[in-house]
Design a binder for this molecule. Structure first.
Ligand code: AMP
Length: 460
């Protein structure tokens, strides 16, 4: 599925393009159409699944479709458990809404002086991202007017409940009784309290379950660094290994030759490390392992074959100097960290030729990896396209390859920007813009069976 198949405005599609999102994630595919249709949403969807964009995009589309008559009050309210998440979500909303003229996104969070938040309370703010504790304070002091809220989003609802915010969220939900829609996202939908709570705040929701990314179960953070060349990749690795946060690292290389080259270089540059290679003298192998296990060295370089069967509980980082041959080997490799309930980090050093494998890995694990850069070692070449297709057919006579190689290993030249197709479902159906009255009418029809004015059991 493509983003252009959703009934999303060009401005949003362009912002999605700028973020280099090529395809919707599972949760986006499931949630966006239903949310655009005016339904309430109940989604089991952990972090890392793209859930933020799954609710921000329909919310932004709503603002586009129904321009505000009265200026000023917040129309979209997102509740999140922590201030960090609030800041992250607002950044995401600004990125996705960057082409919406005059869009204003504000946060109301604890730990920030009241004066700093005054502009959000008194100025024009379309979207407010808030933590429940701070918002309830403003509500009770009548400093925040919630009456104009049309969409209420409860993000990481399970965490908000765990953190004891349930009564606050209920109170906020009741105060926002004029809203049109409610979206509830939670890492898990298990538990009676959560389900009862969901019943009181949602009206006839469409329910989705999106699996946690495979590595999520093990709390492995995954990042990628793009490299222009083998030399660049080596410099990146060395910079990472010098970082104190990288306490104990297992570095994977694909071949014995590659291993030999890398260890010579690390040796030359003054690193202490052990290494494991296939067909290694057993005594040497055990000695290398022992040094790593008892922390005499904090770096172990190994090939897949040589690393088979090693079980060390305190590896903090798995670094893929070379990407593995298959996605399941990848999962196996990164499983060497985050053992015994600890957290771990997996880092991928990616050259242009590794991109198809990285893409496979992301599909297989269901994880989307954030890109990181080291300031002094930024890649010069453009970040490669995630095409899902092989780059060039073999019978191009090598001409294009030669052309690309001049521009650097990522192809250099900007690809032609595919114009966003206007072939949207809305147009196909000859629907025009969604009509909010129709949206409401549809909802009313659905609710005829339960003509109760209030949200299931919620006092207004
Ligand atoms: P979230 O689950 O919302 O915290 O998103 C996790 C990461 O996925 C964030 O870094 C997003 O920028 C990124 N992301 C969200 N949607 C997509 C997409 N369709 N394609 C690629 N990356 C995405």
């Amino acid at each position: 599925m493509e983003f252009s198949e959703f009934e999303l405005d060009e401005k949003l599609l362009n912002a999605i393009g700028d973020l280099q999102y090529k395809k919707p994630t599972k949760v986006q595919e499931a949630v966006i159409p239903e949310a655009l249709d005016g339904h309430d949403i109940l989604a089991e969807s952990p972090t890392g699944t793209g859930k933020t964009a799954a609710y921000i995009l329909p919310a932004l589309q709503h603002l586009i479709d129904f321009p505000s008559k009265k200026l000023g009050l917040a129309r979209i309210l997102v509740l999140v458990p922590t201030r960090e998440l609030a800041l992250q979500v607002s950044e995401h909303a600004r990125d996705l809404g960057k082409y919406l003229k005059g869009l204003s996104v504000g946060t109301l969070i604890g730990g920030v002086e009241h004066e700093e938040q005054l502009p959000v309370l008194t100025g024009k703010t379309d979207i407010v991202i808030a933590t429940p504790g701070r918002l309830i304070e403003y509500l009770r002091k009548e400093m925040f007017d919630i009456r104009a809220v049309e969409i209420l989003v409860l993000d990481e609802a399970d965490r908000m409940l765990d953190m004891g915010f349930i009564d606050n969220v209920r109170e906020i939900s009741r105060a926002a009784y004029r809203r049109e829609q409610t979206f509830l996202f939670s890492a898990t939908l298990e538990g009676e309290i959560l389900n009862r709570f969901a019943n009181t705040v949602l009206k006839d929701p469409v329910e989705f379950h999106v699996d946690a990314p495979r590595s999520e179960h093990k709390k492995i953070n995954q990042y990628k660094y793009y490299a222009d060349s083998l030399e660049h990749k080596t410099l990146l690795l060395e910079a990472l290994l010098r970082d104190k946060a990288v306490e104990k690292a297992l570095v994977f290389v694909k071949t014995r030759e590659g291993l030999q080259n890398l260890i010579s270089r690390l040796d030359r540059d003054g690193f202490s490390f052990s290494y494991l290679r296939g067909e290694m003298d057993q005594e040497k192998r055990l000695e290398g392992l022992r040094k790593f296990t008892d922390n005499t060295v904090r770096i172990l370089v190994a090939t897949d074959v040589a690393a088979r069967g090693i079980d060390i509980t305190d590896i903090t980082h798995v670094i893929n100097f070379d990407m593995p041959r298959t996605a399941d080997v990848y999962v196996h490799r990164i499983g060497r960290t985050a053992r015994a309930g600890r957290k771990g980090t997996a880092i991928n050093l990616v050259e242009a030729h590794d991109v198809p494998m990285l893409e496979k890995v992301q599909r297989y694990t269901g994880d989307i990896q954030d890109t990181r850069v080291i300031d002094s070692l930024r890649p010069k070449n453009r970040v490669p396209e995630f095409s899902g297709k092989k780059k060039k057919s073999r019978d191009d006579g090598g001409k294009d390859r030669a052309k690309n190689s001049k521009k650097g290993s990522f192809g250099g030249e900007k690809p032609e920007k595919k114009p966003h197709s206007k072939d949207r479902l809305r147009d196909k159906k000859n629907k025009g813009k969604p009509d909010f009255a129709a949206k409401r009418a549809k909802k009313a029809l659905r609710n005829e069976a339960a003509p109760d004015e209030t949200r299931n059991g919620e006092e207004s």
